[in-house]
Write a protein that binds this ligand. Structure first.
Ligand code: NAP
Length: 274
């Protein structure tokens, strides 16, 4: 099995740093990217660890140049992890345009730009995986987190639509739902990083899946991390099903009279993520 080549955005701290360390320790190759990487991550440089300056809010042309440079480092990239992100709390009333724009630049538009820069390269390679670090706040409404949650919810749907586009090209995608919005929640970064790597590697060609999870588990486009992350998602889905049941008659009552439902069935079949 040849080592995989990973590129991680936002490697300079937190989960990105944990991913970089874990991937390097398993013998794969990793391109750790971020802002001021030479200064902050210089100590990590090794035969299988390269650094690349990448501010995901830079202009598209700058990001495309950095993507090309990244590709040339090891001659390919198997996994792109769009992990960088910012979060902060502010009331919806106080969140002005600048605050909102900055949040969406780092949590949504930047990831779109980075993804667009790597897509032609991955497409020509004919295989590879794009992963995103989303947030369980996309599933759970928290006060004073509306801009952050909205940016992550948008990112999650962007990822899901992208999955539909790139699957026919031989590319896979996964969106991870991190929780742990407060320090008292149970998330463990090192375990989360190892789990994310395990999830991704099960769908990258010619690799063996590590033993952390049963290999029979199917590929998933959406994966929750932590009992808090899984809890948020489960609560939302359970409650949403109950709301749908309560409102079923009223909701379907807006259909045109006498319309056949074939189109709905076909659309549901097309949009399934399972
Ligand atoms: N920890 C949590 O509780 C939690 C919960 C849910 C989701 N998440 C998500 O998990 C991901 C990682 O977060 P974390 O917990 O590891 O937080 P973190 O320690 O603050 O790390 C965020 C990383 O993103 C980088 N970053 C921010 N803006 C960037 C930009 N414009 N260009 C390049 N890099 C940029 C940061 O670099 P700088 O140091 O240069 O700013 C940092 O390396 C984020 O997407 C976050 O939203 C985290």
């Amino acid at each position: 099995m040849s080592p995989l080549v990973w590129l991680i955005t936002g490697s300079t701290s937190g989960l990105g740093a944990a991913l970089t360390n874990y991937i390097a320790s398993r013998g794969d190759k990793v391109i750790a990217t971020g802002r001021k990487v030479e200064e902050r991550l210089g100590h990590l440089k090794a035969a299988n660890v390269a650094l690349l300056e990448l501010d995901i809010t830079a202009e598209a042309t700058t990001i495309a140049t950095q993507a090309r440079k990244a590709w040339d480092i090891f001659g390919r990239i198997d996994v792109l992890i769009n992990n960088a992100g910012v979060s902060s709390m502010r009331s919806a009333e106080e969140a002005d345009d600048d605050y909102t724009k900055n949040m969406f630049e780092a949590n949504l538009f930047g990831h779109m730009r980075v993804t667009r820069a790597f897509l032609p390269l991955l497409r020509s390679q004919g295989e590879g995986c794009i992963a995103f670090t989303s947030s369980s706040t996309a599933w759970a409404g928290l006060p004073f987190m509306s801009q952050y949650a909205a940016s992550k919810a948008a990112l999650s749907m962007y990822a899901e639509c992208l999955h539909k586009e790139i699957a026919p090209l031989g590319l896979s995608l996964v969106s991870h739902y991190m929780a742990n919005p407060m320090s008292h929640m149970p998330g463990d970064l090192a375990k989360a990083a190892a789990f994310m790597v395990d999830v991704v590697t099960r769908n990258v060609k010619d690799t063996e899946v590590s033993t952390q999870e049963p290999t029979s588990r199917k590929w998933a486009v959406r994966v929750a991390l932590g009992s808090d992350g899984a809890g948020f998602v489960r609560q939302k889905c359970t409650e949403m099903l109950r709301l749908l049941d309560d409102w079923q008659e009223a909701s379907t009552g807006t259909d045109r009279d006498g319309e056949a439902s074939d189109a709905v069935r076909e659309m549901l079949e097309f949009t399934t993520i399972i």
